[in-house]
Structure formats: structure tokens, C-alpha cells
Design a protein around this ligand. Structure first.
Ligand code: NAD
Length: 256
């Protein structure tokens, strides 16, 4: 589930994400029970979104013309083996609803974070920065740190899954972008560092590296479809979620 590892070992990535998803769909179909099927897709299926104009502000990037963020009808553009394997699963899951009538739902997730997340440099950046800051691991920021993401606390993601499972009539065959939305956006370092440094009570030294391939300068999910269809919206603010994650890592320092 990391872009970086998918580049070094694309076959394993394909076997797990694409083939694994396909096998799971086939098992669901063969069961004869018509089970609900939820797929954890990713905003990476939209690729670098080079056709979408962005602006560089003091502490962050933003979209020039997408005030609500990126909607589900944004063109697909699989970039990286991870993007391809997840995008493959995304389309198969959707199609099994059309072709076989399986009640499937695709959630294109933005950055998910929360307690008990063992984030590493390659994946789970919110948790990784918190863990590294508390344990004193060196941190490298790839790019200029102004990349923007809408972050979603894992409990809110589970609420979205529950909303789909309890409303199969509305959720079957649907694709939803889920993330923190515009009100829970943060730039990965220029805006995140001050919050983290305040919680930690000291400055956090970092090294700087080149941009990662395919890294979006900004990704913000337009979550209006999930709000309208599933009556779902995030409840945990970025500020509260980061504080809760920070406290959990601090209390469980010996695990890292
Ligand atoms: N965390 C995010 O921000 C985020 C965002 C978008 C999409 N996703 C998707 O959510 C899913 C879960 O990711 P996560 O961030 O919770 O990662 P995670 O590492 O916490 O969980 C991955 C899980 O997959 C299991 N797994 C790995 N290989 C397997 C295999 N061959 N067979 C069976 N199980 C296997 C692991 O044991 C682990 O429990 C992934 O499909 C990922 O693409 C995550």
C-alpha cells in the first residue's frame, strides 16, 4: 500500500492490490449470498491532475478553480504501479455491481490517520511525522512542504463504511470521494510543523529532498456526494485528530 514500494516491486503490488481484489470479488460472487463489498480505493486514481490549475500561496498550494475540491468525475489517470493496481481494483469493484449486481461501494480515500497507525516514511505521513517527532527519528520533507492534503480521522472513515453498509440501496454501485474535505486541509510541513512543534514544545529539525514522482501539489476531496447520498460528514477536526494521535504515540512510545 505504498507508492514507493510499488515502484521497486510492481509484481507484488499487482498481486496484492489488483489480483487480491479480483479474487475477493470472485469469492463474494461465488458465495451466492450477495454480500455488501466495500473497497478502500485512493485519490491516487486521479494521478497528478496536471490539467487542474493550482496556485502557490504563502504556506500552501491550492486549486485555482476547484473551491470544493476534486469530485468523483475528475478524469482517471493511474500514475505509478500502486495507482494502476488500486485503480484496477477500483474499476473491477464498481463493475461487479453493474455486471453481477453485487452491492459494491468504492471509497476513494484521501489521507487517513488515527490511533494505532504505525506510519512509516513510505506510507501514513501524518502518523509518521508524529512518531518521528516524538522518537527523534530524522525527518526528510520531499518537495517544499507546501503540498496540501485533506486528512480524515479513521473513526470518520469507519462511519462512512457503516453508512454504506446500512444503506445498500443508496450505496450499491457508487463511488465516493472521502477525506476531511476543505475544512480539514493542511500542508504537509509548512502548516503541520507549527502544530507539531507546539505539542512537542520544541523545534523539529528536518532535511529536504527532491519531489517524489507523481506527488500531487494539492489534493482536496470534494465530499459533497458522500454528504448528500450517505448523510455522512467528518466529525473529528484535523486539530483534534492530530492532538489525539500525538497523545496516543506519546503514551505508547515503547512500541516505536
Ligand atoms: N492509509 C491511507 O491513508 C489510505 C489512503 C487511501 C487508500 N488506502 C487503502 O487502504 C487499505 C489499507 O491501507 P492502510 O493504510 O490501512 O495500511 P495497513 O498497512 O495499516 O493495512 C494493510 C493491511 O493489509 C494486510 N495485507 C497486506 N498484504 C496482504 C496480503 N497479501 N494478503 C492479505 N492481507 C494483506 C496487512 O496485513 C494489513 O493488515 C489499502 O488498500 C490502501 O491502499 C489507505
Amino acid at each position: 500500500m505504498a507508492v514507493t514500494t510499488s515502484v521497486t516491486d510492481p509484481q507484488t503490488d499487482f498481486k496484492i492490490n489488483a489480483m487480491g481484489t479480483f479474487n475477493t470479488l470472485e469469492a463474494a460472487r461465488a458465495s451466492g449470498n450477495n454480500p455488501s463489498f466495500i473497497y478502500s480505493s485512493t485519490n491516487k486514481v486521479y494521478g497528478g491532475m496536471e490539467d487542474v490549475e493550482t496556485v502557490e500561496l504563502d504556506s500552501r498550494y491550492d486549486y485555482a478553480n476547484l473551491p470544493e475540491g476534486c469530485a468523483e468525475n475528475q478524469a482517471l489517470d493511474f500514475h505509478s504501479p500502486y495507482g494502476c493496481s488500486k485503480g484496477c481494483g477500483d474499476q473491477y469493484v464498481r463493475d461487479y455491481s453493474r455486471i453481477y449486481g453485487l452491492p459494491t461501494t468504492v471509497f476513494r480515500q484521501s489521507c487517513i490517520y488515527g490511533l494505532r497507525q504505525f506510519g512509516v516514511e513510505d506510507q501514513g505521513w501524518v502518523a509518521w511525522f508524529v512518531i518521528a517527532a516524538i522518537t527523534g527519528h530524522p525527518i526528510t520533507i520531499y518537495g517544499n512542504g507546501k503540498q496540501v492534503r485533506d486528512i480524515l480521522f479513521v473513526e470518520d472513515l469507519l462511519d462512512a463504511y457503516d453508512a454504506a453498509l446500512s444503506n445498500p440501496g443508496k450505496a450499491a454501485g457508487q463511488i465516493f470521494n472521502v477525506g476531511g474535505g476543505r475544512s480539514n486541509t493542511i500542508s504537509i510541513w509548512t502548516e503541520f510543523a507549527p502544530i507539531l512543534e507546539k505539542l512537542l514544545g520544541r523545534d523539529i529539525p528536518v532535511a529536504w529532498g527532491d519531489w517524489r514522482p507523481g506527488d500531487q501539489p494539492v489534493f482536496i476531496s470534494d465530499i459533497r456526494k458522500a454528504k448528500n447520498v450517505l448523510n455522512w460528514s467528518p466529525k473529528v477536526s484535523a486539530q483534534e485528530g492530530i492532538q489525539r494521535l500525538f497523545s496516543w504515540v506519546k503514551e505508547n512510545r515503547t512500541l516505536f
